[in-house]
Design a protein around this ligand. Structure first.
Ligand code: NAP
Length: 252
C-alpha cells in the first residue's frame, strides 16, 4: 500500500533491526523511499533489507552504533555514495533502563544518556550539512510520552525524551530557513521487544491499559504511519511539532 509519495527519497533509520525502527524502515520503503537500515547488528539489518527487497523496495544495511561519531560519518558517506543524498533521518535508536535513580550505576546513566540523547544529537549534526546542501530535509525523532509526563523508575529515560522534545522545537527554529522540517513522535506503549517483559506481566499490562482511552496497546505500524506522513511533502508546513501516537494517554 503506497499512501505517501516518498519515491526517490533517501532515508536513514537508526535502531532499525527490530521493533519500531524496523516498522518505520518497512513503511518508508513501502511508500517508495530508499532506506538505509542501521543498527548495532548489521546481520539483523540485512534481514530487514531482504524483507524490503522481497516487496520490490530498495534498501541498504549498515552497522551503526549511534554513540560512535566515526560510524555515523561512515553511514552518511556511504549513503551519499550509494544514493546521492539524504532526505530523511529517523532518530529511533533508544534504550530503557527501569530503575530508581539512586539504584543506577553511573555507567548505566551515561549509557542511557549517550544512546537516547547524544545519539540523536550526533546523527542530526552529521546529516545536516547534506540536507543543507539540497535545501531539503525531514528529521523525525522518536521521543516518548515519557518526554511529557513522569513514569516510575524512569528518571533518566524521561530526562532524555524531554530533552529530545525541546531540541526538536529549537532545531525547527534554526532550520526553517533551510527548508528542513524537524518533528518528533511521542509513542505511547508499543508492543516491541523493549516492552515484551512488561506486557507479559498481566498486572503491569492492566495498569498500562487503564491509561489508554483507545483500549489497546500500540503497534510499530502505528508509529510508522505517523513517520511516513511527517516524512512526506503533504506535511511540508509542519515543523517543530511532537505528535503523540499513544491511544490518548496524554489526554489525562
Ligand atoms: P527495541 O525493540 O529495543 O529496539 C531498539 C533498537 O535500537 C534495538 O535494535 C537496539 O539494539 C537498538 N539500539 C540500542 N542501542 C543502540 C545504539 N547505541 N545504536 C544503534 N542502535 C541501538 O525498542 P523499541 O520499542 O522499538 O523502541 C524504539 C524507540 O522508540 C526508542 O527510542 C524508544 O525509546 C522509543 N519508544 C518506545 C516505546 C515502546 O513502548 N516500545 C514507547 C515510547 C518510545 P539492541 O537490541 O542491540 O540494544
Amino acid at each position: 500500500m503506497n499512501k505517501y509519495d516518498l519515491n526517490e527519497k533517501v532515508a536513514i533509520v537508526t535502531g532499525a533491526r527490530r521493533g519500531i525502527g524496523k516498522g518505520i524502515a518497512l513503511k518508508l520503503a513501502e511508500n517508495g523511499a530508499k532506506v538505509v537500515v542501521t543498527d548495532i547488528s548489521k546481520e539483523d539489518c540485512e534481514k530487514v533489507v531482504d524483507e524490503i527487497k522481497e516487496k520490490n523496495g530498495e534498501a541498504l544495511a549498515l552497522k551503526l552504533d549511534v554513540t560512535n561519531e566515526d560510524e555515523i560519518k561512515e553511514v552518511v558517506d556511504k549513503t551519499v555514495e550509494k544514493y546521492g543524498k539524504i532526505d530523511i533521518l529517523v532518530n529511533n535508536a533508544g534504550i530503557y533502563i527501569a530503575k530508581e535513580l539512586d539504584n543506577m550505576e553511573t555507567s548505566e546513566i551515561d549509557k542511557e544518556l549517550n544512546i537516547n540523547l547524544k545519539g540523536p544529537i550526533l546523527c542530526t549534526k552529521n546529516v545536516l550539512p547534506k540536507m543543507k546542501e539540497k535545501n531539503y530535509g525531514k528529521i523525525i525523532t522518536i521521543a516518548s510520552i515519557a518526554g511529557f509526563v513522569g513514569f516510575a523508575q524512569s528518571s533518566i529515560y524521561c530526562a532524555t525524551k524531554g530533552a529530545l522534545v525541546n531540541m526538536t522545537r529549537e532545531l525547527a527554529l534554526d532550520l526553517g530557513k533551510n527548508k528542513i522540517n524537524v518533528n518528533g513522535i511521542a509513542p505511547g506503549v508499543i508492543d516491541t521487544p523493549m516492552t515484551k517483559d512488561m506486557l507479559e506481566d498481566e498486572n503491569i499490562k492492566n495498569n498500562l491499559m487503564a491509561n489508554i482511552p483507545y483500549g489497546r496497546i500500540g503497534k510499530p505500524e502505528d508509529i510508522a504511519n505517523a513517520v511516513a506522513f511527517l516524512a512526506s511533502d503533504e506535511a511540508e508546513y509542519i515543523t517543530g511539532q511532537i505528535l503523540a501516537v499513544d491511544g490518548g494517554w496524554l489526554t489525562h
